[in-house]
Design a protein around this ligand. Sequence first.
Ligand code: UDP
Length: 334
Amino acid sequence: MVKILLTGGAGYIGSHTYLALVQAGFDVVIFDNFSNAKEDVPLRLQDLCGHTVDVVKGDVLDRRDIADVFNAHDIDGVVHFAAKKAVGESVEQPLDYIHTNVGGLLNLLAAMDDAGVRRIVFSSSATVYGDTDVQPIPEDHPRAYTSPYAYTKIAGEQILEQLSDDWAVGILRYFNPVGAHQSAMIGEDAEDIPNNLMPYIAKVATGQLEELSVFGDDYATPDGTGVRDYIHVEDLADGHVLSMKSLLETNQSHTVNLGTGEGSSVLDVVGAYAEACGQDLKYKIAPRRDGDVAVLTARPDKAKQELGFEAKRSLSDMCKSSWAWVSGQRRNVK
Ligand code: UDP
């Protein structure tokens, strides 16, 4: 059985990818420091997949932790999620972001090289495209960073591009991952006051937050609010399976967008979520948020051509699964 190491495998995207990889027949080991994941995630995964989940608690910043995993397991490939991901926080703590995201990647690559494991799927982001009017964005669009977080993703891609030909690298540029697993047993563990749109709306729907602030209604978009390419986290997870399969089968590297190619405005998302949860959601128009662009959508063709990837789930599926997850969580804490 092919064995995959999943760094950050207990996190939001990591845990969904765990299930997708197991379903595709892979043996998977999770490596996570649980800094942004609940300790019960492996138990939930165990319930869902019906077998013991291999979990190593460790840190990508600790070279010994990583080397130990490669000594204990015969790993064939790595999917690397373990990283910090909040744009705003990265502006406050640039060194910390560079240390964790770039330093962690370097530690991992060194351990992989020592173990002779030279296949890696890397979590990148549409943020690497910077501010651009080119929409939808093709992968050959020049990269530019607009935050320390974006810088760490560009640096990660560039480091991976320097590796010799005996490496096979999958660089996946995520657009806006949202939603939760169909079981409603795993999903995003949102902050008290989320920065991102869908987790914020979810908290308005559960009554934990009063109303959504819509950041700007005077953009050059059909309804004036910002347009993004939201992708269901289960589609995103499937993209990782296809990326790893391609590395294993072809030994060729690829860099692809993972999005739907469809844009939805803030008000589209509010409307779809209101329908999913069966109630009106309160919102007010607020000033634009610093650093936001009007539109950000993916050209999805390359992922389709090179990996056979196509997002299948609709905005309605994203909102319904998010609502099933957050409303279930609320029942548990009551
Ligand atoms: N947004 C909003 N109110 C919020 C959070 C986000 O109006 O409380 C808007 C934001 O301006 C953007 C879209 O929702 O147009 C998606 O923002 P998010 O932070 O989820 O993702 P981003 O595309 O910025 O990474």
